[in-house]
Design a binder for this molecule. Sequence first.
Ligand SMILES: NC(=O)c1ccc[n+]([C@@H]2O[C@H](COP(=O)([O-])OP(=O)(O)OC[C@H]3O[C@@H](n4cnc5c(N)ncnc54)[C@H](OP(=O)(O)O)[C@@H]3O)[C@@H](O)[C@H]2O)c1
Length: 305
Amino acid sequence: MNDPPPFAISGSTGLVGSALIDSLSADEIPALRLVRGERSPAPNEALWEPKAGKVDAARLEGVEVIVHLAGKHIAGERWTPQVKQQIVDSRVNSTRLLAETIASMDRKPRVFVCASATGYYGNRGDEPVDETSPAGEGFLAETCQQWEAACQPAWEAGVRVVQLRIGIVLSPKGGALEKMLPLFRWGGGGVLGSGDQVMSWIALPDLVRAIRFVAGNDAVHGAVNATAPQPVSNREFTKTLGAKLGRPTWAPAPAFALKLAMGEMAEPLLLHGSRVLPHRLEEAGFRFETPDLGSALDQVLGKGR
Ligand SMILES: NC(=O)c1ccc[n+]([C@@H]2O[C@H](COP(=O)([O-])OP(=O)(O)OC[C@H]3O[C@@H](n4cnc5c(N)ncnc54)[C@H](OP(=O)(O)O)[C@@H]3O)[C@@H](O)[C@H]2O)c1
């Protein structure tokens, strides 16, 4: 039988997962994709159905690194009670399933890297927060706490666990920036609400490098903020993005209009913020390619902006 690939990745069709797969394959590192659905898996796939609590554990035996990125999109639909439950379940149940599977394996991985989010810290104004700061309040903070706690079985089984508290991922291919770009290019960009809320962001290429860095660094474990070292206010973000695109940003979106249009998610996703600092990554020696927003936007938007 062939050796198992070193990496297994859930959510591999998503924004972060597909960039991670591309980065590994550029270095000729094979990866096993955890894929949902009922079909015969390709040689580089393992089937799982997190909703039903099923995973093909045999195919994961001998994998060195499991990176868990799957979860229902948090801004895909209005937050009805049912959608909120799906957002929680798709993260917490899938994480527990993988953590319990890891605990039961004969040849366990060296490390379980599980996504979490800076939503853990809640709405913190301008106060700098690092991995030692307490959790905040609200739906996202509670979701992140449950999500991280669901890794416990892997940790108890002696496997190194890293919970990556990811900030706003910058890429023109998905996430918040992809949504903003058409409006900004048209000249309709502007500050959201007061514009004072702090945006803790990370460029997608640095996030992929950070995932590979924590996977390969045995000294790193527990919560790790995956954010660039220079968070900015929404006002600063708006000004910088407008300048990079050569477009005006005179069209503010008042808080009441955002709440009317988006409902409950407007506050935690757009109007609240936190100044999240990547202390653990920096302490461990990780170097950001794009630590400031200007260079990050130059990198992700490229010349054809
Ligand atoms: N992008 C950001 O700005 C950001 C910020 C903070 C945290 N994060 C977290 O980082 C992780 C990766 O982010 P991303 O931007 O790559 O997310 P994404 O593009 O939305 O991809 C997530 C992937 O999860 C799987 N998925 C979707 N719905 C699911 C469900 N109901 N149950 C189980 N799996 C489901 C899908 O992959 P398959 O179809 O292949 O299973 C999907 O491609 C997510 O957990 C996200 O919450 C992202």
